[in-house]
Design a protein around this ligand. Structure first.
Ligand SMILES: Cc1cc2nc3c(=O)[nH]c(=O)nc-3n(C[C@H](O)[C@H](O)[C@H](O)COP(=O)(O)OP(=O)(O)OC[C@H]3O[C@@H](n4cnc5c(N)ncnc54)[C@H](O)[C@@H]3O)c2cc1C
Length: 350
C-alpha cells in the first residue's frame, strides 16, 4: 500500500538529522533513508563549534544568528530522544606569540566581541602540562555535540515513528510526478538530498562546486592533564572526552580523498600536540572522514531549478554542527513559507 509523507530525506548525517527534526517539529511526516556506513563525516566529527575564527580573530560567519537556532534545535532533538548531546563549553586559546595576544586584546575591547572574547589573559598552567609562553584567553559560547550518539538516538526515535529505513538509495528508483515524487511504496511532496560528500555523484545536482576535504583525528590519553569542561586550542583542538581521554585534530587534505587513516595524518597531529602539551601522550585511536566542503566554503541549499519537488541541504564543510540547524530551518521555511534563502548559501548563486 502506498504511504504518504511530506518529505523523503536521503542521508542521516548531521544534515539529514537536523532536516528531519525540522519537519517533525512542524508536525510533518518524513521518511529518512540511510545506508548506515560505518565511517561517515558525521560519525567521525569532533562535533565542536567555535564562534571565533582564530586566524584573524573575527566572528564566525552569521554567528549571532546561528547560535540561538543551534540551541533550540539540539534541545528539540534532546527532548525527543530523552538524552543529552549538546554541551556548551569554553575554548581556551593558547597564544602562539605576542602579536596574536595583542590582536586578541584589541578585539576583546570591542562591544561586538563582548559576548565571545574574554579580555582576561590567564596564567593557568593546567598542572604544568602545557607549554605556555605567551599566555592564554578564553572564548565563550562555544561547545560540542556528541554527534555519533545523537545520530544513533535520532535514528531510533525515527524508527518509533516508522520514519526511517536502512537502505542504499539509488537515483534510478525515484519516479517524478507532478508536485511530488515516488520511491518504493512512498509518495512525498519533496525529496531532500542530505548525502554529504557523496552528492558529487548526484545526477540532479551535478553542477554544485563540491571540494571534498579529508580530515583525520586522534583519540589520546594525556597524563595529568585536566581541562575540566574546557577545550584547548593551539594549532589543534583538544576536546575532553572521559577519563583523561581527549580528541585531537584535525587535518585538512584536498587530494587523496578516501577514508583511510595515514601515518602523515598521525604525525601532523602529534607534532602540533607536542607543541602544546608537555606530559606523556598515549594514542588510543585514529579516524578519518571526508567533509562535504564547497569552493566558496558556504553551504548549498535550495530547490532544483526545474524539478521543485527535489531539494538539497549540503556543503556543511568544517562547521556542520553550527550551520546545519540554521540552514535546515531556512530550507524548511523556504519550502513551506516561500521564505528566501541566504544568498551566500542559496544554490542559485552557482
Ligand atoms: C575529521 C573531521 C572532523 C570534523 N570535526 C568537526 C567539528 O568538530 N565540528 C563540525 O561542525 N564539523 C566537523 N566536521 C565536519 C562535519 O563532519 C561535516 O560537515 C558533516 O558531518 C557533514 O554532514 P552531512 O550530514 O552533510 O554528511 P555526512 O556526514 O556524510 O552524512 C551523509 C549520510 O548520508 C548517507 N548516504 C549518502 N548517500 C546515500 C545513499 N545513496 N543511500 C543511503 N544513504 C546515503 C551516508 O551514509 C551518511 O550517513 C569534521 C569532519 C571531519 C572529517
Amino acid at each position: 500500500m502506498m504511504k504518504n509523507v511530506d518529505a523523503i530525506i536521503v542521508g542521516q548525517g548531521i544534515s539529514g538529522t537536523l532536516m528531519s527534526a525540522e519537519f517533525l517539529k512542524n508536525n510533518k511526516k518524513v521518511l529518512v533513508i540511510d545506508d548506515e556506513k560505518s565511517v561517515t563525516s558525521s560519525k567521525v566529527a569532533a562535533g565542536l563549534y567555535n564562534p571565533i575564527v582564530f586566524k584573524r580573530v573575527v566572528k564566525s560567519w552569521l554567528i549571532d544568528e546561528l547560535l540561538p537556532v543551534l540551541n533550540q534545535s539540539y534541545e528539540y532533538i534532546e527532548q525527543c530522544c530523552n538524552a543529552k548531546f549538546h554541551r556548551p563549553r569554553t575554548i581556551v586559546k593558547v597564544f602562539v606569540g605576542e602579536d596574536e595576544k595583542l590582536q586578541w586584546l584589541q578585539k576583546a575591547q570591542q562591544p561586538a566581541f563582548s559576548d565571545y572574547l574574554n579580555q582576561y589573559i590567564s596564567d593557568d598552567t593546567f598542572n604544568d602540562c602545557i607549554n605556555l609562553h605567551h599566555g592564554l584567553a578564553t572564548v565563550n559560547k562555544a561547545g560540542n555535540v556528541d554527534v555519533k550518539s545523537m545520530l544513533t538516538a535520532w535514528a531510533d526515535y525515527l524508527k518509533t515513528k516508522e520514519s526511517y529505513v536502512n537502505e542504499a538509495f539509488s537515483y534510478n528508483d525515484i519516479e517524478l510526478m507532478n508536485g511530488g515524487v515516488k520511491w518504493q511504496n512512498y509518495k512525498a511532496k519533496y525529496l531532500i538530498f542530505c548525502e554529504g560528500y557523496r552528492a558529487i555523484n548526484n545526477p540532479f545536482f551535478n553542477n554544485l562546486p563540491f571540494v571534498p576535504a579529508k580530515g583525520e583525528l586522534l583519540t589520546v590519553k594525556i597524563e595529568h592533564l585536566n581541562t575540566g569542561n574546557q577545550v584547548l586550542n593551539k594549532g589543534v583542538f583538544v576536546l575532553p572526552l572521559h577519563e583523561g581521554a581527549y580528541r585531537v585534530g584535525a587535518t585538512y587534505v584536498w587530494d587523496k580523498i578516501n577514508e583511510e587513516t595515514t601515518s602523515e595524518g598521525l604525525n601532523e597531529i602529534m607534532q602540533k600536540l607536542h607543541k602544546l602539551v608537555k606530559s606523556n601522550i598515549e594514542i588510543i585511536d585514529q579516524q578519518a572522514g571526508i567533509r562535504p566542503s564547497t569552493k566558496d566554503r558556504r553551504p548549498v541549499l535550495g530547490k532544483h531549478p526545474n524539478l521543485p519537488q527535489l531539494a538539497i541541504l549540503n556543503g556543511m564543510g568544517t562547521k556542520a554542527v553550527l550551520l546545519a540547524p540554521y540552514f535546515a530551518k531556512q530550507l524548511f521555511e523556504h519550502l513551506y513559507h516561500q521564505k528566501g534563502i541566504h544568498p551566500e548559501a542559496d544554490i542559485r548563486r552557482i
